[in-house]
Design a protein around this ligand. Structure first.
Ligand code: ZN
Length: 314
């Protein structure tokens, strides 16, 4: 009898838990039907209920290929507006993928599903011959290089939900001739004959040593220092998991922890690290993937006014 009472109580509690845990809500989601590889998939989620986390995933054959956390950019009509930015790597295979957006509070609040078409972009191929010292630098099994690479990957995958410093159009950090484009397929020919394939993840500007380098957008300096491969380097955080990188500088004029404004000077160009001549390498990483920085110079990364007017009209 006693056991039966406990069983009834347990069933009742389980029932209550099911009602609340599975209380599903349907968010409004704004998302394009397609995105180019090397671009950014932008998803806007509008919710009438507060959640702790929204995860945006691209799925192929039931496994997650890419993922990014969304962040809250404001409120309209008592609804929260969240934005998820997912960087699409230039090597991603074109075609249809599934999208899953999951909202979580103390339990799972919603799961939204859609499809996305990843469109092809054709990249150019180039061959680069490296002299003996550059070959050694690039092919060497220096544990310090590996350590620095691991530190960089960790930094660029750091998600800080409150780091909302810039939603505007990016400006080019220097004006100069583009000597290597984003997504170039490279073939490094090492001294001694070995050939290694690589993808160029940024844009190179051929500028003389000592040219002023400007921040592409407002942000927080999260790295300012010397690295073996990339030389004197600066990394700026602009949004959660959105970073711009500036390599091979001859001088750095900012410090880690400093806020910078768009067009503010952060250093001078050079040829430090693994460089075959004076140039600035400029790169943008979104949710861990290198994206085409040139695209960010055309439109605002988040057009808040446009998002608000679309929601207003709904
Ligand atoms: Zn480069």
């Amino acid at each position: 009898m006693k056991h039966r009472r406990y069983f009834c109580l347990l069933t009742f509690l389980l029932f209550i838990n099911l009602i609340y845990a599975d209380e599903q809500i349907t968010p409004d989601v704004l998302m394009p039907p397609s995105v180019k590889r090397g671009g950014i998939l932008k998803a806007v989620v509008v919710l009438s209920r507060s959640v702790n986390d929204i995860l945006l995933e691209i799925i192929k054959n039931n496994s997650t290929v890419l993922s990014a956390h969304a962040f809250r950019i404001g409120t309209i009509k008592d609804k929260d507006i969240w934005v998820g930015l997912l960087g699409i790597p230039s090597y991603m295979e074109k075609g249809m993928y599934n999208i899953r957006i999951t909202g979580k509070g103390s339990s799972k609040i919603f799961v939204y599903k859609a499809n996305i078409d990843i469109l092809n972009v054709t990249y150019t191929h180039e061959k680069i011959a490296l002299n003996a010292s550059l070959s050694k630098l690039r092919s060497g099994k220096d544990p310090k290089v590996r350590e620095q690479t691991e530190e960089l990957i960790k930094l660029l995958n750091t998600f800080n939900s409150g780091s909302i410093f810039s939603m505007g159009v990016f400006h080019k950090p220097v004006s100069g001739i583009v000597s290597a484009r984003f997504g170039d397929r490279r073939e490094y020919r090492y001294y001694g004959g070995e050939v290694v394939k690589n993808i160029h993840n940024g844009i190179d500007f051929a500028v003389p040593v000592g040219t002023d380098v400007h921040a592409c957008a407002d942000g927080l300096v999260v790295f300012a220092g010397k690295r073996i491969i990339t030389g004197n380097s600066v990394i700026i955080e602009h949004l959660p998991e959105v970073y711009s990188l500036y390599y091979h500088l001859s001088a750095i004029t900012v410090k880690k922890g400093q806020m910078v404004r768009r067009d503010g000077i952060i250093g001078k160009s050079g040829e430090s690290g693994l460089a075959t001549g004076p140039h600035l390498h400029w790169e943008v990483i979104v949710s861990g993937a290198a994206v085409d920085p040139g695209e960010l110079c055309k439109n605002k990364i988040i057009d808040k006014m446009n998002i608000l007017s679309i929601i207003e009209r709904q």
